[in-house]
Design a binder for this molecule. Structure first.
Ligand code: ZN
Ligand code: ZN
Length: 347
């Protein structure tokens, strides 16, 4: 075991503070990673606040991890010391069920994957995430960060990148297809970049036009304010895909009205409350209302290679660890362009 410094929430809703945690000794198929950067995802805040389910505390959040391999177990075949690597939302799964075998570990049929933090490892110990100096991970849940991506802007791709890339690919975003991205935050700004790079015609639907210049610079072709009722009249029946990245509840029927026949609204933000939906908003045009949970490990690697090829990193604000609590407040106020990334050397 190794003792490493970390930032943890000691109790639900409590501010994060510096502490130490134990990392297991490297086993046969494990990789020890010196974490360099960790992104702050909105779901870190949901979980520290116990918004989705009762969490395990103290909680070390962080599932957008970029670092360098510093030790490998004797059975490791994919990585060597010095490799630039990333870890996202999962650190394990059964690896035997149909979904795991198909590279869809996030949908593992045997109890789901082991989450990077606020989860329970195979040995029964709680998992701790990226707001820490080091992490030990099974090599099957580690991905390679291409040299073309610097580690700080790559870190947010491990959640925000794959969470938007996977549904855009699944619902065939590409040339000749119209994609609306709802919300221009951490997820939304990556959704815009990736949909653009896939060749789709991209529209941002944001509450106001405050971030319009950014949206167009990031690759959107059009930008509309959802506070303007005319937006919904003008764009009715327009889109093949509406990618909703907003984690608060919306008037879903209104956004569904923007879909063409057979269009899909994919919700990747997860509101804490239950959603009600009038099925008539689907019925008349065979619309699809769906969701998507990150992406599997092979697709995460594919996404990183795609982002490297197209020069797509996240837009970040680099912070030191003592700024985490302030950063949480700013994320809740939608005051970040577009992802906070912790320089873990400051932990
Ligand atoms: Zn996340
Ligand atoms: Zn499985």
């Amino acid at each position: 075991m190794t003792t490493v410094a970390a930032y943890a929430a000691p109790a639900p809703k409590a501010p994060l503070e510096r502490t130490t945690i134990e990392r297991r000794a490297v086993r046969e198929n494990d990789v020890l990673i010196d974490i360099k950067f960790a992104g702050i995802c909105h779901s870190d805040i949901h979980q520290v606040q116990d918004g989705w389910r009762p969490g395990t505390f103290p909680m070390v959040p962080g599932h957008e991890i970029a670092g360098v391999v510093s030790e490998v177990g004797p059975g490791v075949t994919k990585f060597a010391v010095g490799d630039r690597v990333g870890v996202g939302c999962m650190v394990g799964s059964c690896q035997e069920c149909d979904y795991c075998k198909a590279g869809l570990e996030q949908y593992c049929a045997n109890g789901g994957p082991i989450w990077t933090y606020n989860g329970t490892d195979k040995d029964g110990t709680p998992t701790h995430g990226g707001y820490s100096e080091k992490i030990v991970v099974d090599e099957n849940f580690v991905v390679r960060i291409p040299d073309a991506l610097s580690l700080d802007v790559a870190a947010p791709l491990l959640c925000a990148g794959i969470t938007t890339y996977s549904p855009l690919k699944h619902w065939n975003a590409g040339p000749g297809r119209k994609v609306a991205v709802v919300g221009l935050g951490g997820l939304g700004h990556m959704g815009v970049k990736i949909a653009h790079a896939l060749g789709a015609e991209v529209t941002v639907l944001s509450q106001s036009l405050r971030k319009k210049d950014d949206g167009l610079r990031l690759g959107a072709h059009h930008y509309y304010a959802t506070s303007d009722p005319e937006t919904f009249e003008k764009l009715a029946g327009t889109f093949d895909i509406v990618l909703n990245t907003v984690s608060a509840g919306l008037d879903y029927a209104r956004f569904l009205s923007l879909l063409r026949t057979d269009g899909a609204m994919v919700n990747v933000g997860l509101p804490e409350e239950t959603v009600e939906l009038d099925l008539k908003s689907l019925f008349g045009r065979r619309r699809v209302m769906t969701s998507s949970n990150i992406g599997g490990i092979p697709e995460t690697q594919e996404m990183l290679d795609f982002c490297a090829e197209h020069g797509l990193g996240a837009e970040i604000e680099l912070i030191s660890a003592d700024q985490i609590n302030d950063a949480y407040k700013r994320v809740q106020a939608s005051d970040v362009r577009y992802r906070f990334v912790i320089d873990t050397a400051t932990i």
